[in-house]
Structure formats: C-alpha cells, structure tokens
Design a binder for this molecule. Sequence first.
Ligand SMILES: *Cc1c(COP(=O)(O)O)cnc(C)c1O
Length: 349
Amino acid sequence: MRVDLRSDTVSTPSSEMREAIAQAPVGDDVYGEDVTVNSLEERVATMFGKEAAIFTPSGSLANQLAIRMLVAPGEELLAETFSHIVRAELGAAAVFSGITTRTWSAPRGLLMAQDAIDIARPDSGPYQVSTTAIAVENTHNFGGGTIQPLNEITKLHDMAEAVGIRLHLDGARIWNAHIASGVALPEYAKYFETVSVCLSKGLGAPVGSLMLSTKEKVGRARVWRKRYGAGMRQVGILAAAGHYALDTNLSLLQHDHRRAHFLAEKLHAILPSVVDPTHVETNIVSLDLSYISLSAAEFALLLKNEGVLISALGPNFARVVTHLDINDAGIEYAAEVMSKVLQSALVMQ
Ligand SMILES: *Cc1c(COP(=O)(O)O)cnc(C)c1O
C-alpha cells in the first residue's frame, strides 16, 4: 500500500471532477469572457461576503497580489515566524513588491493579537520602517493546522484599526477552519481587507486559488496578475474543478479531520510527547520527534520503505497531512506502520 501524507496538495482529481472539467463552458479570461471563471469568482466572493474575487494559479500569487494592494514599497508586513508568506513564498514580497517583513513567534502558530501589535510600528517617520499591514494564517500550516480563535482575530482587528494597520488573511485552509469550528466563512473574512483561499489543498482541485477584496482592489490586482504573467485564457476548465470542489468536497473535510485525529490518538498512545491530540484540530498532524532515537529524516525514510510518505520539515519535526485520497484503510495502515517504527525507536533508546 502507498499512503502519501506529505501534503493535502498531492491528491489527484477524481473522474467526476475530470468530467466537470470536460463539460465546462469557457472563453478568454483575459477579455473577461470565461463564464466559468466569472461565476467562480462571484461565487467565492459571495461565500465570504466580499465584493469581488480574482482567480489565480497559486495561493502564493493570491497572497502576493493581496499584500501588494495593502503595502507600498519600503513598508512593512508583519507575520508569524513560520507563516507561509514568510517561509514558503521565497521572498516574493521583497522581490516583487519591495515589501519588508518582520515576524513574531507563536507556539503552534496560534494567534495572540498582542504579540503582533507589540512589534508593530505604524507611521515610523524617516528613520524606521513603517508597519502597514499584518498577515494572519488560518489555519496555520506549519503550526499544525491550528485554527485561529475569533476572539484574538477581533482583538487584532480592533487594535490594528486603531493605529491604521491593515489586515490580510492567508486563508489557504480557511475551509478547514470553517468546517472544524462551525464559524461562518464571512465571519472569518470580515475582519480582513484582503483574503486568499486555495482550491488545491483539501478541496482537491488540481490548480487554483482566489484573492478576495473590494472591487477596487481586485480590479488593481487584475492589472498586476497580468503583469506577473498570470493572465490566463480558457481557464474555465480549472475554475470548473473549483466549482466541483465546492459542491462536493467542502463537506468531506470533516473526514480528513477525523482521520488526522485518529492518527494522533494512536501515536500519542505510544509516546505522548510526539503529538497532543487536542492540538490536532484539522487535517495536519505535527510530530515532535525530539524524544526518539531517530531524526525526522530517518523516521520518514523508515516509513517510506513501507509505503507511508510524510514530510520531515526540521531535524526533529515532521508533518502529516490527510486529504481526499486518504481513506480509512489508508490512515489505519499509516497508523500501524508509524506506531511500529515509533515503538522501535523507543526500544533503541
Ligand atoms: C499552500 C499554501 C499557500 C499557497 O501555496 P501555493 O503552493 O502557492 O498554492 C498559501 N498559504 C498557506 C498557508 C499554504 O499552506
């Protein structure tokens, strides 16, 4: 058996999704004539209570278009130390937009509004960089699929607004937060001027993200998307996959969450320090391998030999992610193999 738990991006489109792709009416989207893209943009904007949305090939581009709309060259964006914008977009904010970033660190990526506000320096004058915006990641990827609490979000919003700092939501997995917490999507979105969402993570589309904001900002982002070379033509075939994902796969995320929790319980039973199941809120399981005789890379290699793939992201840190292509049999097999390898690493101590 092969069970690929490296990321929720590795799922492949189902035959039903491929059928939806095949049937999609399309047009030239650079001319604004792709009806499937247009309806997806309207649909997702409405789902989040925003005026408008723009379809992008990646979540990184959706984030980059958003922060470009909020922060001028030479100004500063604050984000958590392990946020995707800071760690996984290869310096795009600096390279493309002349934006500097500064970070605050949060255990599990869990937002504490005061931590962000403490390092904010709006209107710093001619000697220091001025903070213009703060980005929040919900759920927090490298933090372990952490859901950001609404009370901290609202607190951050109020404190940021009081000093004229703008907010961006990196909502690549906001769907997971919504399904797990029951908080409505517009409630999550309303505290942020710009929002990015991904269709290619747990929702299982092969490609596609959207940036949501006001009509004015989305209009300006359209210019920058084309300038970055991401104006796309008959891209309704991809937007159709997004429609299909929202119709069918959104409600299935609960099963990813259930399976991630199941795995966490199993591993916790072998060695409690590896993972606290109460911290596994969505589809990501972060493993702390500090107290076993294997490095994360060694642990991952032993699993790989038995067909279970995970991501070793640090010397003693690994990540496991459930997704559409992992069923109950798959997670049970993975739990069995991982338990066995974990057990053997204990014995060797
Ligand atoms: C995956 C992800 C993105 C976007 O990634 P792309 O690979 O560029 O689509 C953005 N933010 C977070 C938190 C992510 O996990």
